[in-house]
Design a protein around this ligand. Structure first.
Ligand SMILES: [Mg+2]
Length: 385
């Protein structure tokens, strides 16, 4: 068996209603997919972000995958990594591209072995992974009624926690939104907020203190990800734990931040940080440093399934008799905002008691609706043989 064909697609879906966060508003959602096909006819799927640079980077790496065996995924990862390591491509789109390829290889390897990815990774610690709802973005005239109604819908769906946006309006307006939403939710549900790198350290610290009585589980990306000194200052002075890392890549970008305790919680994304292979390394490093690991997700069912398999295998940090999500058990982000591609190319995942069951079918355990994939494909399919 050897991989003899790779297809790269950019999928774009238009939104009926735009939404925003501290950096921009969007009216589209997209993804780059990788379909890896073996000489035996079996195939695997992976994904990364929709930017053209990522698709180009995948095209550059793909010839190095042709002729390889899927189950050699970790050695393929290392060989591809070394092709761009010294060319200063490290922080660019090469790692997301490698993430998509890695995901597709694990999917293919599982299908060929007739085993779910979690078993190839060494076995699972839990049958269902704790999740929280991401939504509560800025939309036109959303406060308070639409925001509160959206939050209520997450409770009705069985989520025990949810995350909202901050730093996209004035300081006073964002304080009111956080306090107002907590008042509306009442005690009990977990509430987190995300500034998407929108503040400097002193503003972030002032904000954390202004909403300190709203029982917030974490304060995500207060300052730019490259600014370790500011993020660490916020972590040291904020009454709310600080999280970050959704745009960081590989063990090499996480290692110094774990060692310096820049964040209380790290949130790598499986489609950004290096795929299933590298996420397992980063998760074990976080465990060793005693830092919480709550992965980011903003893609489709492909990277969500990959995240489920990975998170199902992770240990408790630290081990204790009673496992508890958010406390010593990882919690996976479950994006609930509109995403026409995500809503159509795979089946949806059901939430029960704020958990999603890990697929048991071979590979990632998902079915790809290829007709839907074709419908959302923008431009030509790129093929490497
Ligand atoms: Mg975020």
């Amino acid at each position: 068996m050897a991989i003899d064909r790779i297809e790269v697609r950019t999928l774009i879906g238009e939104l009926d209603r735009p939404f925003g966060w501290s950096q921009r508003w969007t009216n589209t959602r997209g993804v780059t997919t990788v379909r890896v096909i073996d000489s035996d006819g079996s195939e695997g799927w992976g994904e990364a972000g929709a930017d053209p640079q990522t698709a180009t980077a995948i095209m550059g790496l793909a010839p190095g995958v042709i002729g390889t065996e899927a189950l050699q995924v970790r050695s393929t990862w290392q060989k591809l990594f070394e092709t761009f390591f010294q060319s200063h491509g490290f922080a660019g789109p090469s790692i997301p591209a490698l993430s998509a390829i890695d995901m597709a290889l694990w999917d293919l390897a599982g299908k060929q072995a007739g085993e779910p990815v979690w078993r190839l990774l060494g076995g699972k610690m839990r049958d269902a992974v704790p999740v929280y709802a991401t939504g509560l973005y800025y939309t036109e005239s959303d406060y308070p009624d639409a925001l509160f109604a959206e939050a209520d819908s997450y409770i009705e769906q069985g989520f025990s926690g949810m995350k909202m946006k901050v730093a996209g309006m004035t300081f006073a307006e964002d304080v009111e939104r956080v306090k107002g939403l907590r008042r509306n939710l009442g005690d009990g549900p977990r509430l987190m907020f995300d500034a998407n790198e929108g503040w400097d350290a002193s503003t972030a610290i002032r904000f954390a203190n202004a909403v300190a009585d709203a029982d917030i589980t974490w304060f995500e990306e207060p300052c730019p990800s490259y600014d370790d000194a500011s993020n660490r200052l916020v972590r040291e002075q904020s009454p709310i734990p600080v999280s970050g890392g959704e745009s960081l890549k590989t063990r090499h970008e996480f290692a110094p931040r774990l060692a310096q305790r820049v964040f209380d919680i790290v949130q790598p994304d499986i489609a950004v940080a290096g795929g299933i292979s590298e996420m397992q390394v980063i998760a074990q490093m976080a465990n060793a440093f005693g830092v919480k690991f709550h992965p980011h997700f903003w893609g489709t069912g492909i990277s969500f399934a990959a995240s489920l398999h990975l998170v199902s295998t992770l240990p408790f940090t630290p081990p204790k008799y009673v496992p508890e999500p958010y406390v010593n058990e990882p919690v996976l982000e479950f994006d609930q905002t509109p995403h026409p591609v995500r809503e159509n190319i795979t089946e949806s995942f059901t939430v029960s008691e704020s958990r999603v069951t890990v697929p048991d079918a071979p590979g990632l355990g998902i079915e790809i609706d290829t007709a839907a994939v074709e419908r959302f494909t923008a431009g030509k399919v790129k093929v490497i043989e």
